[in-house]
Design a protein around this ligand. Structure first.
Ligand SMILES: [Zn+2]
Length: 734
């Protein structure tokens, strides 16, 4: 009983006597923050949950290499490219009438206008001051929370039977497939092949077919002398700020032909060796049981057959694990291929997207691709972000007219990947197929506008370390809780030394961050690279058991694993921000509660600031109403906004809002899970026990409620930080 009582309360940090003038002063900033968030809501594709009724289970709701008959239906849909984007029509007639089924919410020019506005906002003085202060405050709040509650959190973790960090689910959210094995693994594999199959013909070079033994002879390499050092695939001091040199590390022993033989899916042996290594990597994953990974496979956009070749490689080799899913990475290499295979940027886009629209219309046109796509969860966009980008002074041409020798900038690539994915996903949803999310590399290096583009368009990003340079964007990523898959060991070798990595700061501030490996071949030493990554982070940054379990849960949430798999891993209420199941996640409810209250306070602060604007009534605040708990938004001044919210919700099929539900309902609601977490549901969704509203900030309530709760009122000091243990009594017992 004593134990149970311990978990019912924790110490909260409460800010009182907020300065009214501050709130008013920042109303303009709040409005622009709201604009940015609203724009993102408009841009980003909101998926329905795929097969939401699926029973929680370890296995995906499909058979990886089988497709049911009713899925193989050809439809009358047609499609064509309009200004660089595939449009889908219900039939030929509709196409003649230029009546597409779905349209992309924004055009290229409005997109660039939005990016420019956001970049201007990022350098706007008051915005920088406001967001910088808020981020600092978030960090301080977390540090004080830990100071006051870490032993309580630990105590609560100890009550979770069987569960510990080793057996909570964690996903390697960002890893490139061709470097998913470690250097020792690759070395052993090469040696084994050389010894067992020296006479296998593996490559066609210089007008002749060569066996494996001949290849090594031509390179003056002796099998007995091969070591990890001669293999030379590990990143070292020479790769720092040299992405070009880093890319060369993919060549074992510095030889591109070895890369082609061992690390390519499309070669003379049809990727046989890489398939064998992949199976071994999958076996290691299966053994570790609680680790999963999302591997990136490449589509270059050189020719349309790439998709079929890749799909055949996966399907023919039966590459499937319940612990792995695929993402497709698209390198930004138009300028390289322009010489040989693609003349305009549109050719490149056609090569990437045409097969996808074709297979969605008629799965029997590419049966293997259709099967393979079941396991593909997203599209990534990769390359060296620090490359110089030509600033185009005139308006950007549409992809059909882009035949310049210059590579389009990052933002241009991202827009056309986004826009085509948008219509593709609508199309796939209509046909009952899974969708692909956009999860590009962004903010590893280079310009800040990469992350501004990703803020509007992407479901999640990889790296994001450059968010440290711009508090405004960082704060926006926090408010919207966009997933960021960070790889501190990779950064340490390439762009940012370990001790300067912003990961621990982002984590403390409450950004939705996960830890990932990026390239185990280049950065890691052990058979469990993800654990290596966690282990180093934990020790260097002194993360607590609750911290690393929270990071692990973030990784599952960010991942593209199916809804039923996530339910199995995190608990059926996982999609709700308060639906923590400590028996599965090993995260103390206290931590989850703290994170939600903190985010709620930020959103409420913005709402209060907005209220001081004369045109408040004209603002679209549905994002805030959706996220804030009903005791904040049930006041008269929001009544008129409820209509707006309903309208906004009905337009988006995924929204189920907690707004309007009874605040103190004792029965936990089994709400339909949504993809958008809803911290607003603070009140009634704590799963394990009925939960009263925490004294959400005294910061939060105005007027009478503030005087009720705030016992430390001190009119002379502008802001008082007080801490008080606050019980959250069990309403049933009352
Ligand atoms: Zn990467």
């Amino acid at each position: 009983m004593a134990k149970k009582d311990q978990t019912q309360f924790f110490q909260r940090i409460i800010l009182t006597n907020e300065s009214e003038s501050d709130i008013e002063e920042y109303s303009e900033v709040a409005e622009q923050l709201l604009d940015a968030v609203n724009l993102r809501e408009k841009y980003v594709f909101h998926p329905k949950i795929w097969k939401a009724d699926a029973v929680p289970g370890e296995k995906p709701p499909y058979h990886p290499f089988e497709v049911s008959e009713d899925q193989m239906v050809t439809s009358d849909h047609t499609y064509k490219v309009v200004n660089g984007v595939y449009f889908v029509y219900s039939n030929e007639n509709e196409m003649k009438n230029e009546n597409p089924l779905y349209s992309v919410p924004h055009t290229l020019s409005s997109y660039y206008k939005d990016i420019n506005n956001l970049m201007m906002f990022c350098s706007y003085g008051p915005a920088k001051t406001f967001t910088f202060k808020r981020l600092q405050l978030l960090e301080s709040k977390f540090n004080m929370h830990i100071l006051l509650n870490d032993s309580l959190e630990l105590l609560q973790q100890k009550t979770a039977p069987h569960r510990d960090f080793y057996n909570v689910r964690k996903v390697d959210t960002h890893v490139h497939h061709s470097s998913s094995m470690n250097q020792k693994h690759l070395l052993k594999f090469i040696k084994r092949k050389l010894k067992e199959h020296p006479n296998e013909i593996v490559i066609f070079r210089d007008d002749k077919y060569l066996t494996l033994a001949e290849v090594f002879k031509s390179l003056n390499l002796n099998v007995d002398e091969l070591s990890v050092d001669t293999l030379d695939v590990h990143a070292d001091n020479n790769t720092f700020h040299r992405f070009d040199k880093f890319n060369l590390k993919y060549n074992p022993c510095g030889q591109s032909r070895l890369r082609e033989i061992f690390l390519k899916t499309d070669n003379l042996i049809k990727g046989k060796y890489l398939a064998e290594i992949t199976k071994e990597v999958f076996e290691d994953l299966e053994k570790s049981k609680y680790q999963s990974a999302e591997y990136r496979l490449s589509i270059y956009g050189r020719k349309m057959s790439e998709w079929d070749t890749l799909a055949s490689w996966v399907v023919d080799n039966e590459l499937f694990s319940t612990k792995a899913r695929w993402l497709i990475q698209i390198p930004r290499l138009y300028d390289v291929y322009r010489e040989t295979s693609t003349t305009t940027f549109q050719d490149f886009l056609n090569n990437v997207f045409h097969p996808l629209f074709e297979v969605t219309k008629d799965p029997s046109s590419h049966p293997k691709l259709h099967k393979f796509l079941q396991q593909v969860v997203g599209i990534d966009c990769v390359d060296d972000e620090s490359k110089f980008e030509k600033k185009f002074t005139e308006k950007f041409p549409v992809p059909g007219d882009w035949n310049s020798e210059h590579n389009p900038p990052y933002t241009y690539y991202l827009y056309y990947l986004y826009a085509n994915l948008y219509t593709l996903n609508k199309f796939r949803e209509e046909k009952g197929y899974n969708i692909l999310t956009l999860r590009p590399h962004s903010g590893e290096a280079g310009e800040v506008d990469h992350m501004a583009a990703a803020f509007y368009l992407a479901h999640g990003i990889n790296h994001g370390i450059n968010l440290r340079k711009t508090p405004v964007l960082q704060y926006l990523y926090y408010l919207t809780q966009i997933g960021i898959a960070m790889s501190p060991l990779s950064n340490n070798s390439l762009f940012l030394t370990y001790h300067r990595n912003p990961f621990p700061v982002f984590f403390a501030r409450g950004l939705n961050v996960s830890i990932s490996t990026d390239d185990p071949l280049q950065f890691h030493y052990t058979k469990e690279p993800l654990m290596e990554e966690y282990s180093i982070a934990t020790q260097v940054w002194r993360l607590s058991p609750c911290d690393i379990c929270e990071i692990a849960r973030n990784s599952v949430l960010q991942s593209g694993f199916e809804h039923n798999v996530k339910s199995h891993w995190l608990g059926p209420d996982y999609a709700n921000s308060l639906g923590n199941d400590i028996k599965k996640t090993n995260i103390s409810d206290i931590r989850v509660c703290f994170r939600n209250e903190t985010l709620t306070e930020e959103l409420h602060l913005i709402l209060k600031s907005l209220q001081t604007l004369p045109h408040f009534k004209d603002l679209n605040i549905s994002f805030l109403l959706n996220k804030l708990p009903s005791e904040i938004t049930s006041g008269n001044e929001y009544k008129f906004k409820k209509g707006q919210l309903k309208l906004a919700s009905s337009n988006k099929s995924i929204r189920t809002s907690s707004v309007g539900s009874t605040p103190n309902s004792n029965t936990p609601t089994s709400s339909t899970p949504t993809l958008n977490s809803s911290p607003g549901a603070i009140v009634h969704l704590m799963k394990t026990k009925p939960y009263n509203p925490p004294p959400l900030s005294l910061n939060v309530f105005k007027g009478e409620s503030q005087t009720n709760i705030n016992q430390n009122q001190n009119n002379s000091s502008p802001t008082v930080v007080s801490t008080q243990p606050t019980t959250t009594p069990n309403p049933i017992e009352n």
